[in-house]
Write a protein that binds this ligand. Structure first.
Ligand SMILES: *Cc1c(COP(=O)(O)O)cnc(C)c1O
Length: 234
């Protein structure tokens, strides 16, 4: 607990410093602590430390953890690659999906949300379009190509039960993060011209949160610098 407290405080301090350094005023970006592979006990501790937003990248793991921790009032963000057939499960617990990268998935989420809202009356699902910032297809880390964004945005914006929140990206391996996030900022600006409320930018991980904040990130997804390196998958 003591170690987690220190690590979380250090990351929060980095966020404040980076916001100040880039002259950002107003609301700080939302810190999403990515808890994949870490046990629910750690998430309970994070909750005690004031964390409200957590991220997971596998449906099975996220479904189990969110059910177990239902009483904590956490918001669950799905940040991993997602098969359309998992949409029905994800909408049971997710506040948002950061990895919408194709029409088929947008349609799957729309359909699943319609059924889920009928069933439970839950609020809408925030959807981020994951954008590939990679020119090199072999280094691909998921995401839609920039020219696929307008059609995806239309589809998400038109779906009842879905809210087009904005864009998400992972800096390509070996790229200079600042350059990648600057590109993402311009992609975001283009999206906002057509969809004025889709202003969210989900960018920044442990290694590159400062660069992401410099280029306007509204949501940070931080794992290892708070929870330590991920336990080996057995
Ligand atoms: C694991 C993960 C993160 C967190 O990465 P760290 O380097 O551990 O901070 C962020 N975003 C996505 C999509 C992830 O899968």
């Amino acid at each position: 607990m003591a170690e987690l407290t220190l690590r979380l405080a250090a990351v929060r301090k980095r966020i404040v410093s980076a916001a100040e350094a880039s002259g950002r005023t107003g609301q700080l970006p939302t810190l999403i602590v990515v808890t994949k592979f870490h046990p629910v006990e750690d998430i309970r501790r994070l909750s005690l430390l004031g964390v409200r937003d957590v991220g997971e990248n596998r449906d099975q793991e996220a479904a189990g953890k969110s059910a177990e921790l239902e009483g904590l009032g956490l918001r669950w963000h799905f940040v991993g690659q997602l098969q359309s057939k998992k949409a029905k499960s994800v909408v049971r617990y997710a506040h948002s999906v950061h990895s919408v990268d194709r029409l088929q998935l947008a349609d799957g989420l729309a359909k699943a949300m319609a059924a889920e809202q009928d069933r439970t009356g839950r609020g809408p699902l925030d959807c981020f379009i994951q954008v590939s910032l990679d020119d090199d297809a072999s280094a691909h880390r998921g995401g839609a190509a920039p020219d696929e964004i307008p059609a995806l945005a239309e589809r998400l914006a038109a779906a009842e039960g879905l809210v087009l929140a904005g864009v998400m990206a992972v800096a390509p391996l070996g790229a200079v993060p600042g350059e990648a996030f600057e590109k993402l900022a311009s992609i975001s600006a283009r999206l906002v011209q057509d969809h004025p409320s889709a202003t969210a930018i989900s960018a920044g991980m442990s290694q590159d949160l400062e660069a992401a904040i410099q280029f306007g990130a509204t949501h940070l997804r931080i794992g290892s610098d708070i929870l330590g390196s991920r336990p080996a998958v057995g």
